[in-house]
Write a protein that binds this ligand. Structure first.
Ligand code: FE2
Length: 426
């Protein structure tokens, strides 16, 4: 064997597991494996998980915070206006440089697959070219999936559809959309139809920014589920944000969720961004604006959490840490039961891997040997501590190491080293 990881705890809580790796894939997994390997890593009972996956990101805008000015109101609409000011000044070199920098952060955080939307409303398609280049460059370490995203509206922006088709021709993987930003609800519905038919024709997945408003009457998710069902796109369609669902009538939602499930449409919530951008027109009480995560899960709909933004026109914080995303997600959704917290861990690992259609993801024999060894003993502790990524492993090779998060205390009568880990009594 090339690598042997000893004494791992798996995300489902199974302890004392060994993982043998050969030729970049998991060769065997189980307790007390009797194999020899060139390199042995002692996990020491720590959590070993398949890598983090971000189902929703904007890599063309990342790390551009402050360019050409900061978002003073912090609102979605000022962010879109600001992005419009920035777009004409973008250069391919700067886009590539910022994206690569972000990918470095991602790898160090054990985030080894990202679905990023890329704006196709700039006729030069500079961002598409830049991110295709980045995708190729980082492929040995990180899977990048691109979504052709008509930020200014498929029908509202005169060249958007032609550009989206060009982007797909150049190698963009997924069809995006933004129906709530079209001029009318009817145009929004029409954009969903056009985009789903285009995706079905090309055999592509669909991931739309959908109902990213507080308007309880914004119902493009219903149209998206309808066309997914009609065109046989089950398991290939995701609705991103779906914040209107937070404000929708409860009876209507009780009809909507089974329709999403029937159509195999997944939901992608972006807790850090939804909690800050939605509810901005409210006085008090202020709506949270995040979609109905526990209810979607209970209805059998796949739900992933995305980061959406890091240091860009919409959000000045973030550091590629999907545990921070899960942490915010569970707070906003009030998912504080033990199983619910675990479900939030799955929302940044297994579930988005399924939504992206990643091949060979997981810890079963035959899967890619892509893993993260966390400074935590369980998925819940990993979220609680936003645990350090002791080792990040890609195709059986360690690609990043981080020290455990200890502090040295100088308090008389107390131990010198403070370890934030704590195993609760059984
Ligand atoms: Fe987004």
């Amino acid at each position: 064997m090339d690598v042997l990881i000893r004494n791992a705890t798996l995300p489902d809580g199974t302890r004392g597991i060994d993982i043998a790796v050969e030729h970049g894939r998991i060769a065997a997994i189980g307790p007390g494996l009797r194999v020899s390997a060139q390199e042995c890593i002692d996990a020491g009972g720590d959590l070993v998980t398949p890598p983090f996956v971000d189902a929703h990101f904007h890599m063309d805008a990342t790390l551009s915070h402050g360019l050409p000015r900061v978002n003073r109101s912090g609102t979605l609409l000022e962010g879109i206006a600001l992005w419009g000011e920035l777009k004409p000044t973008l250069t391919q070199e700067a886009l590539v440089e910022r994206a690569l920098r972000y990918c470095d952060w991602a790898i160090a955080r054990g985030l080894l697959a990202i679905r990023t939307h890329v704006d196709v409303c700039d006729d030069r398609l500079l961002a598409v070219e830049a991110l295709l280049q980045v995708k190729k460059q980082v492929a040995p370490w990180l899977d990048l999936q691109l979504v052709a995203f008509p930020q200014d509206g498929l029908l509202r922006s005169p060249t958007a559809f032609a550009n989206l088709r060009r982007g797909v021709g150049m190698g963009v993987d997924v069809v995006g959309g933004i129906p709530h930003f079209e001029r009318t609800m009817a145009d929004g519905a029409e954009s969903v139809r056009l985009l789903c038919e285009f995706a079905a024709e090309r055999g592509l997945r669909v991931d739309m920014h959908c109902d990213e408003t507080d308007d309880p009457m914004s119902r493009h998710i219903e149209t998206l589920a309808y066309h997914a069902q009609r065109l046989g796109l089950h398991g290939k369609v995701a609705g991103s944000h779906l914040t209107s669902m937070h404000s929708m009538d409860n009876y209507y939602v009780s009809k909507l969720l089974p329709l999403m499930r029937e159509a195999g449409v997944a939901a992608i919530a972006n807790p850090l961004i939804n909690i800050t951008l939605q509810g901005r027109h409210d006085s008090y009480p202020k709506r949270r604006g995040m979609t109905r995560v526990p209810e979607l899960l209970a209805a059998g709909v796949d739900v992933a959490f995305g980061h959406d933004c890091v240091m860009d026109p919409w959000y000045s914080l973030g550091s590629a840490d999907m545990l921070e995303v899960a942490h915010m997600g569970l707070h906003v959704a009030q998912m504080t039961g033990q199983e619910a917290i675990h479900a939030c861990f799955l929302a940044v690992t297994e579930t988005p891997a399924r939504i992206l259609g990643l091949d060979g993801y997981g810890l079963q024999p035959g899967c890619h040997a892509d893993m993260v060894i966390l400074d935590a003993g369980s998925t819940i502790e990993a979220i609680r501590l936003r645990a350090a990524r002791r080792y990040v492993i890609r195709r059986g090779r360690i690609v990043s190491r981080s020290p455990a998060a200890h502090a040295t205390l100088d308090v008389p009568g107390r131990p010198g080293t403070v370890d934030f880990r704590h195993t609760p009594a059984a």
